[in-house]
Design a protein around this ligand. Structure first.
Ligand code: CUA
Length: 360
């Protein structure tokens, strides 16, 4: 008798009353679920034991961490339970070599299906409601908010404080004051993220997105771009300094003074000239170029401290029209092409002068 005949003849006789593979197995389902629950407890213990996040520096961070823990507690058992039952079944009820027979035909199991649809439905709905309540809470308008405009561009962040009339390449915030970030971009999609604040917001062309944060721990944290935005994406990192209110106030007045001086408000010839190094830093040049004099080490664009026999005219053209003469080994269209409109003639002159003086 061939293998095929045997299968056919067993079909003809109809399936056996009990499946020989689980004969003698007492409560196989209960056993699988028991092992699954045990494995789930171990899984939950491991995920809660892992420290997922950096330190917590904003009022809302605790709520987000709790939400994350709840999500883990709910999702780990689902995964572990399903995998345990699958692996257990594969190992325990494996067909003996040569066994080509079918198991008893089943037409589904209504009770089981109701259970495995209802439980996930309740879990997902409950988690969605919990997540929505938490988000609503985090986005609620606060008293005494300070607006900070965040602008992303390849490959730098700039920050504006409309109420203080100050703009800065560095994000400085007073501690315990609610901040409303209004996030925009000048070119592609970026994502504004301070891991210690937990919240993150995409900067989308044509939109202003908003997030609210109340920093509650003085310190220095990294501002990260969390959206792949081009060749310099990984260098798009700056810092946020969270300061006591009094230090923040003195920072604001210092920035205001510097901006006033730079605009040529008063003083003599010297005070009126824009500062080349400050321009180099505040316009994001440092995020793409290496320049020893400015402490810049980025490698998206050419090293600007090693330009042989460079002339002022070439530097001016390269700032205003970067595609005019792209250095060999680098791609066109990487550098923003709006510096000609963004910077005044005096500022470009100052930058060029600074670059000429910074050659090694
Ligand atoms: Cu900007 Cu990544």
């Amino acid at each position: 008798m061939t293998e095929r005949d045997r299968v056919q003849s067993s079909e003809a006789k109809g399936p056996p009353e009990t499946d020989p593979r689980i004969e003698g197995e007492k409560h196989p389902v209960a056993r699988m679920i028991g092992i699954g629950l045990l494995a789930s407890l171990v899984g939950i213990a491991i995920t809660l034991w892992i420290d997922w996040f950096p330190e917590n520096a904003a009022g809302s961070a605790g709520k987000i961490d709790t939400l994350y823990d709840v999500l883990l507690i709910c999702s780990v058992p689902v995964f572990v339970l399903v995998m345990t039952i699958a692996i257990y079944s594969v190992v325990r009820f494996r067909a003996k070599p040569g066994d080509m027979g079918d198991g008893p035909p089943i037409h589904g199991n209504t009770r089981l299906e109701i259970i495995w649809v209802t439980i996930p439905f309740i879990m997902v709905t409950a988690l969605a409601i919990y997540g929505w309540i938490t988000l609503d809470d985090l986005e609620a308008k606060q008293k005494n908010e300070m607006v900070v405009k965040v602008t992303g561009q390849q490959f730098t962040w700039t920050f504006e404080y409309p109420s203080e009339k100050v703009a800065s390449p560095e994000l400085v915030l007073p501690v315990d004051r609610p901040i409303e970030f209004r996030v925009q971009t000048k070119d592609v999609i970026h994502s504004f993220w301070v891991p210690q604040f937990r919240l993150k917001s995409d900067a989308v062309p044509g939109l202003t997105t908003t997030i609210r944060v109340t920093p509650d721990k003085p310190g220095r944290y990294e501002v990260v771009c969390a959206e792949l935005c081009g060749i310099g994406h990984s260098t798009m990192r700056q810092f946020v300094r969270v300061l006591p209110q009094s230090e923040f106030d003195s920072w604001v007045s210092k920035e205001r003074e510097a901006a006033g001086g730079g605009a040529g408000g008063g003083g003599g010839e010297q005070a009126a000239a824009p500062d080349g190094e400050a321009l180099f830093t505040s316009n994001g040049c440092v995020n793409c170029h290496t320049l020893k004099a400015a402490g810049a080490t980025a490698e998206v664009g050419p090293d600007l401290g090693k330009l042989e026999d460079v002339e002022a005219k070439f530097l001016r053209t390269s700032i205003v029209d970067p595609n005019a003469d792209v250095t060999k080994g680098y791609e066109p269209d990487i550098m923003p092409q709006d510096f000609g409109t963004k910077l005044s003639k005096e500022e470009i002159d100052a930058l060029v002068k600074y670059l000429l003086e910074s050659q090694e």
